[in-house]
Design a protein around this ligand. Structure first.
Ligand SMILES: [Zn+2]
Length: 375
């Protein structure tokens, strides 16, 4: 896979997904959904070359443009995986329909044709057989950073201190993790992401599934553990968790219902509310989470609400946090809690965060390795 433009001379200026509409020179607004990614030259206005992201066949080579034309001069290239990569707003098209192109071959020049505010490349990825478009540039780098911060780094750094494995075994495991992860990083830079399996579903059926599932979960919760909504300080959660464990012993299905509701469905409801500015929807998601938190005592449910707000802010501002910030953020949080402890004269907060970010991941990896070495 080749990068569609020079990495050094451009920056990614727009990501795939919802965005604040942009006012165009003719006064009209862009749609609130951005179906691709944008690359803008660092030196504004430079008409830099664009390259084929993979070997394939040219299916669109449009050299015409008119004021009402959204994408201006554009090129479509079909790759072996049947996805079509669509390049818009070009100033020059160097290929013709039916022509085979090599991975990384120059196919044209960036431009400002179509409905734009300036020179940039707009790149989309379509799957005609599935009738979907997907994020052309999946942020594998970010996903790998998340994995590194929450699992790999703690395992490498402190598995020798958590006393699960004997020291030699722990060192061997850390080494294995480091080698395996480095290989994944190198490999991820070369491969294309897997083809999506989902079909686009309608707005109505999506919300029918969401509300049907939620009704079932809260109905089942009401019949088993009972619904309650009360303020629960994070110091009381351990008692609630014991009660919840007793309920679970009698109604095992509950465990399988509560986690998707708390980790997937309610965050979607909150995010949809924030995005569409329907605050009652946000309120509904928050109440839903608070009910689950009061019933289970799982702190992650409480923190998820903060996480949704932070993510909404990041997406809306179109920020593109570098992975290293995640590492700094996790370490910074532990440092801040250490300071809070000194002020408060207790160890509650640093214990909480050091356990979440360092000890639990290292222990979990060690237990997995121990179990699978023995069985
Ligand atoms: Zn765009």
């Amino acid at each position: 896979m080749a990068y569609p433009v020079s990495r050094k001379l451009t920056r990614m200026s727009g990501s795939y997904g919802p965005r604040q509409p942009i006012r165009l020179p003719d006064g009209s607004l862009t749609p609130a959904w951005h179906g691709g990614v944008d690359f803008t030259p660092l030196r504004s206005g430079s008409r830099l070359p664009v390259y084929a992201v993979g070997a394939g066949t040219v299916v669109i080579a449009d050299r015409t443009t008119s004021p009402s034309d959204f994408s201006g001069m554009d090129i479509g290239i079909r790759l072996a995986d049947r996805s079509i990569w669509w390049y818009g707003h070009l100033s020059r098209v160097d290929v013709n329909v039916g022509q085979r192109v090599r991975d990384g071959q120059q196919i044209g020049l960036m431009g400002a044709t179509g409905r734009v505010t300036g020179v940039h490349l707009h790149l989309e990825r379509h799957w005609p057989a599935l009738n979907v478009e997907t994020d052309p540039w999946p942020y594998i780098e970010h996903e790998l950073w998340v994995l590194y911060v929450i699992a790999i780094a703690p395992t490498i750094l402190i598995s020798t201190y958590v006393d699960v494995l004997d020291p030699m075994h722990a060192v061997g495991m850390s080494f294995g993790f480091a080698v395996a992860f480095s290989s994944v990083v190198l490999l991820a830079k070369r491969t294309t992401p897997a083809r999506p399996l989902v079909r686009r579903i309608s707005h109505t059926s999506f919300w029918l599934v969401i509300s049907g599932f939620s009704l079932f979960v809260y109905g089942y919760l009401a019949l088993t553990a009972g619904l309650s909504l009360r303020f629960l300080s994070i110091f009381e959660v351990y008692d609630v968790r014991e009660d919840y464990a007793e309920v679970l012993a009698g109604a095992g299905l509950l465990g399988y219902l509560v986690s998707p509701q708390a980790n997937v469905v309610n965050p979607i409801i909150m995010a949809a509310g924030i995005y569409s500015r329907r605050w009652w929807l946000v309120g509904l998601g928050v109440i839903g989470q608070l009910v689950l938190y009061s019933g289970t005592g799982l702190k992650s449910i409480l923190f998820s609400m903060l996480a949704v707000v932070i993510l909404a802010f990041i997406f809306r501002a179109n920020l593109r946090p570098r992975g290293i910030l995640l590492l700094g953020g996790a370490s910074g949080l532990i440092a801040v809690t250490a300071w809070v402890n000194i002020v408060q004269g207790s160890v509650v907060w640093s214990s909480l965060f050091a356990r979440r970010f360092l000890i639990t991941p290292a222990r979990l990896s060690s237990h997995y390795v121990e179990f699978y070495s023995a069985n």
